[in-house]
Design a protein around this ligand. Structure first.
Ligand code: 57R
Ligand code: CO
Length: 370
């Protein structure tokens, strides 16, 4: 008999997909010089081999994407003004951990649940003791990460509870869909940024009788994603530029766009919650014993995946701040402060994870919501 997901979501996906096969995302054909890939026998063979290679198999990212869809469906219903940000974060992360059947570094939360508000666009999640509450005029960016064997599904949407900024959200959703549609093998990153910018700038939003242009945030970007590495080194900016770097077959990308009614530029502002051990962390001898043991805990629990202070406490760490700041000053851990436009402005985000398969592009995180 068919097992149904509960609400709140608690049933691990292995029980909902007993055959272990997870649904393919939306696919789109490549264009122009890569259109041949749709019917190429050779590319179909390459793809079949990748599918069967336990290291590459698309099944991992598809399982992560299905967890993402089921948790965000619940999140879109349960998040309401008046809720504490920390309860929103825990509600989402409890769902991710249950459905992905969290298992050490093999599967779990992909990165801290982004819950950036209003003029802040990214890298905010509540720290322990944060008692702030969601307001009904707030514009909330919900950025959820799920990983299965290091394959990270990174997808985000924006929630509002009053209609004022509907046009801002429409602009950003359209710009992200443009980015998804124009992405492809051999597409230049600088050119893709131009298409995104063009869509974003074709919108305006009227706030209290004043017409404001929607601006792409020019120092934020989408990014390639590698195994256990949320930023794979390639950035998809949101304004036209002459980066000739191309997208390549087999790459995973987070196509995310951010629109703003402010300056269209973010600065680092507020208390840090987000951290990640640097992939190229230097091997410096650590004098501070507490820093040594904290680093061991970070390596054991997160490896190179991003984490936040709440996850340190969940892993049993306490009174860690001095040691944490020491690891940051030694260049072993990178801190990621919240990224905010000017006060009074509003920012929105939409994001999908896409996979550049040999024969076609797969938007793995696509759902019937966005
Ligand atoms: C430490 O926790 C995280 C979590 C996610 C990411 C993934 N990411 N990597 N870069 C960015 C992101 C976000 C969080 O998607 C938001 C946009 C941001 O773009 C950006 O800064 N671009 C400049 C390099 C031009 C990184 C760290
Ligand atoms: Co993201």
């Amino acid at each position: 008999k068919k097992v149904e997901q509960t609400e709140p979501p608690t049933i691990g996906l292995s029980k909902l997909f007993p055959d272990g096969k997870y649904p393919e995302g939306e696919t789109q054909e490549y264009k122009d010089d890569n259109a041949f890939r749709t019917t190429s026998e050779e590319k179909r063979y390459d793809e079949q081999m990748a599918m069967e290679d336990p290291e590459v198999t698309y099944n991992h990212i598809r399982r992560a994407a299905e967890v993402h869809r089921q948790v965000r469906q619940y999140a879109r219903k349960f998040i309401k003004p008046g809720m504490r940000m920390i309860d929103i974060a825990n509600g989402i992360e409890d769902g991710v951990r249950a459905l992905v059947e969290e298992d050490g570094l093999d599967s779990g939360v992909g990165f801290p649940t982004g819950l950036s508000l209003n003029h802040c666009a990214a890298h905010y999640t509540p720290n322990p003791g944060d008692t702030s509450v969601l307001g009904e005029k707030d514009v909330l960016k919900v950025d959820i990460g799920v990983h299965v064997k290091g394959r990270i599904c990174d997808s985000a949407f924006t929630l509002t509870f009053d209609p004022t900024y509907e046009k801002l959200l429409e602009a950003v959703k359209a710009a992200t869909d443009t980015g998804v549609r124009e992405a492809g093998i051999d597409v230049r990153l600088g050119e893709l940024a131009g298409y995104i910018q063009e869509t974003m700038e074709s919108y305006e939003v009227e706030v209290n009788g004043k017409v404001l242009p929607v601006k792409p945030i020019d120092n934020l970007s989408g990014h390639s994603i590698n195994l256990y590495q949320i930023h794979g080194g390639k950035s998809v900016l949101l304004v036209k530029n002459d980066d000739q770097t191309k997208m390549e077959e087999g790459e995973y990308f987070a196509i995310e766009t951010f629109g703003s009614t402010g300056r269209g530029k973010v600065i680092e502002q507020g208390e840090v919650s987000h951290y990640a051990r640097r992939v190229d962390a230097p091997h410096v001898p650590l004098r501070l014993t507490s820093a040594k043991s904290l680093l061991q805990s970070i390596n054991k629990n997160f490896g190179t995946l991003p984490w936040c202070r709440r996850y340190l406490e969940r892993a049993g760490e306490s009174r860690y701040l001095l040691a944490l700041n020491h690891l940051v000053s030694q260049g072993i851990v990178q801190d990621y402060p919240p990224l905010c436009d000017v006060r009074g402005s509003m920012t929105a985000q939409f994001e999908h994870t896409i996979l550049l398969r040999p024969t076609r592009k797969e938007i793995v995180s696509r759902g019937d919501d966005y």
